[in-house]
Design a binder for this molecule. Structure first.
Ligand code: FO1
Ligand code: CA
Length: 304
């Protein structure tokens, strides 16, 4: 089957890793709105998390960067008075250096991503949602923060009052994104944050409509289980932005773009309310705890 996955960072990466052995025709469309420039380097955290996970070289403890890293460059940058709150490893820096050099030479992010992932032996097609620059800004009581200032520098401690996607109106879907939605048998929305991971992808002009109109079966995986986010600030954002902190709150954000919402056994009591929105519900073990869970879960979504 032809499978397309919409992904943020870790949740998308794990599910992509689960689908990869099940189909030779997997495309992963990745959020780029939390990309950041630091030390003059173009950093694409979600693309790299998916790429490194599919290459089998990700740092699974941290959830970002490479396994077996060293940090000599970051320490040296610190001695020179540079900011070091964003933990860039020595080997990870090679990715950012190569990406930045190629962007500066005029290449598109989508072409660079294809080349980098091919160099690392990644089989599935990795597509940034767009080649244009889109930046998530987070409105908080402390003001409007750049995404990585909110997330990493301040440890996502500020209450989120709003999300702004700077540049989204000028963004076009990267080459291949629309066909990957239109021509798929199955489109999966990874258990990623609906506001800052899946939200930016769907907000690229043309993507949400393509997903609403595709003949593919569309399955979303709730990033909220038992009233808590599997990872990160999704639950806090649902609450502060006025949504129910549950798969039902998630379902309401996606009614136009999903056929099925996959929820965990912990939330099975919500199935009737989600069905009332016109969605089918798949109740299963929807949390990927270990590596064996990934293909197990992907297979369940494939046959759902
Ligand atoms: N996330 C952190 O919480 N702290 C870090 O120091 C950090 C460094 C980092 C370096 C490279 C990279 O690609 C990602 C990195 N991340 C870090 C992850 C990160 O930016 C966020 O997880 C995502 O953007 C939000 O999903
Ligand atoms: Ca992310």
């Amino acid at each position: 089957p032809v499978v397309t996955l919409l992904a943020g960072g870790v949740g998308g990466a794990k599910l992509a890793h689960g689908f990869a052995p099940l189909t030779p025709d997997l495309t992963v469309v990745v959020n780029t709105a939390d990309d950041v420039e630091l030390h003059g380097l173009a950093i694409s955290p979600d693309l790299d998390t998916v790429m490194y996970t599919l290459a089998g070289i990700a740092n699974t403890q941290a959830g970002w960067g490479l396994a077996d890293e060293t940090y000599a460059t970051l320490e040296a940058l610190g001695r020179l008075g540079e900011d070091t709150w964003f933990t860039l490893g020595d080997r990870d820096l090679a990715t950012h250096i190569a990406r930045t050099a190629r962007l500066r030479a005029g290449a598109r992010l989508s072409d660079i991503t294809r080349a980098l992932s091919s160099s690392l032996g990644v089989g599935p097609a990795l597509l940034p949602m767009t080649d244009e620059r889109v930046a998530t800004l987070v409105d908080t009581a402390a003001g409007r923060l750049a995404f990585q200032d909110y997330f990493v520098a301040r440890g996502h401690r500020d209450e989120v009052l709003g999300i702004v996607l700077e540049g989204i109106e000028h963004a076009r879907p990267a080459p291949g994104v629309i066909p990957a939605l239109s021509d798929a048998d199955l489109v999966v929305l990874a258990p990623s944050n609906p506001f800052v991971s899946i939200g930016p992808i769907l907000a690229v002009p043309g993507i949400r409509t393509a997903l609403a109109q595709t003949r593919a079966r569309r399955i979303g995986v709730s990033p909220v289980v038992g009233g808590r986010a599997i990872k990160g600030p999704a639950a806090a954002m649902l609450a502060s932005l006025g949504h129910e902190v549950s798969p039902l709150g998630v379902a309401r954000l996606y009614t136009d773009v999903l056929d099925v919402l996959c929820i965990d056994h912990a939330d099975r009591a919500l199935a009737p309310a989600i069905e009332d929105l016109g969605l089918e519900v798949l109740v299963t073990d929807a949390v990927m705890h270990d590596e064996a869970d990934r293909p197990r879960f992907a297979q369940e979504l494939l046959v759902a």
